[in-house]
Design a protein around this ligand. Sequence first.
Ligand code: GLN
Length: 470
Amino acid sequence: MKGQNLNNIQAAIRQGELSVTQVVNHYLAQIEDSLPLNIYIEVFAEEAKKQAQALDEKLAAGESVGKLYGSVISIKDVICYEGHQVTAASKILEGFTSQFTATALQRLLDEDAIVIGRTNCDEFAMGSANENSVYGVTPNGVNSERVAGGSSGAAAVSVQQDTCLVALGTDTGGSVRQPAGFNGVIGMKPTYGRVSRYGVIAYGSSFDQIGVLGQHMEDVGEFLLTMAGEDPMDCTSSSQPVKTESSSQGQVSFAYIDEVMNHEKLHGAIATSSHALMDRLESEGHAVSKVQFPLLKYLVPAYYVLTTAEASSNLGRYDGIRYGYRSEAADSIKNVYQKTRSEGFGSEVKRRIMLGTFVLSSGYYDAYYTKAQKVRRLVTEAIHEIFENHDFLILPTTPNVAWKIGAHQDDPVEVYLSDIYTVIANLTGIPAISLPLATDADGNPFGIQLMSKKFSEAELIAVSEMLIST
Ligand code: GLN
């Protein structure tokens, strides 16, 4: 059963060789074996077993079941699941229980997916290493001395360790794709608005999207498209019909940014493997062409100005009155706010609230926030121009492989800069995927990214299947 895709699991169930209960038990055993990796904040073992048994009974009785029967998923601890705790890996949400289920998750549950537990992450999804969690670090699944990536680090390790079929993460600036790359699994982020954000704890609302991590392309595609579609509870969700079939066939065209692929700071093994892949694509008859993208150096600054601004506003609601934790030490209303927030938020979250408040303050608004909005529009126009002549943009997921745990603890800017290749998709709202590419000489995995124009998930999935299958 280890590492099987959903098609194979369902075939074995239909032939009577496997039961849903056995599937759940397999993953629970895997969770047990990987306990030192600190993947799960909470495992829903008994509930998952009960759901599996109910499904087995339905199957035995010949009753109809949802198309995702036999699948087991993990959810990042920022996705609401009614009656279950959700904390965003923060002390400030200690003891908080979801009042409803996120729409995207509900669509999977309606098709009989089973949730095995909630995974660790960076606090409020802010981070690139899964080191900023009140529950501690989740190390890399391939090399436990290194970081898992973030913020959906544990989500990536949950699939890498085969503790579930797919994991739901969120991607505001790369948090699905970057840890996928660092752990040698697939991670896909949809077009902004393709998947409902209702029930997702907000970080940067004009950037956030739920994404899927998995070992098999067909599973990642299936889960993503099942979650997709308009939701009356999220006014930013798109009403465009969900397209499941790719319209492009055969030869396609790829663009690459010269300055990215030949950057002196790009890790040697990543550069070599990326160029080898582009050579392969060309030899298979696809067009691979160089494009210019002079805005590269503005991506990370614009991303951090805008997301911290949005975060400082979104996180205003955690005040000790309505949700979760309240400081014991508070003896006045002002103290309730102040002490609760001081004690409840971790240092990275505080840094971002302060940065966000600063860029939104009246004296600096135009210098930072307005300027970053302008950069966002220019980047979006430049990217759209690329897709007028090319089907896909190809670029590394990260400039580096996973670093040693603690290595950048005192240097947040260094960590922010490592988001350079992923934030393009979130600034512009386009879909993107990270596919496992290779490992460096020390065995550290890294990924290659593909991006495409808005609402072309089906094409992205199809080209990824083509890339992975050969
Ligand atoms: N590393 C980025 C950040 O810290 C991305 C986070 C995310 O996508 N949630 O903001």
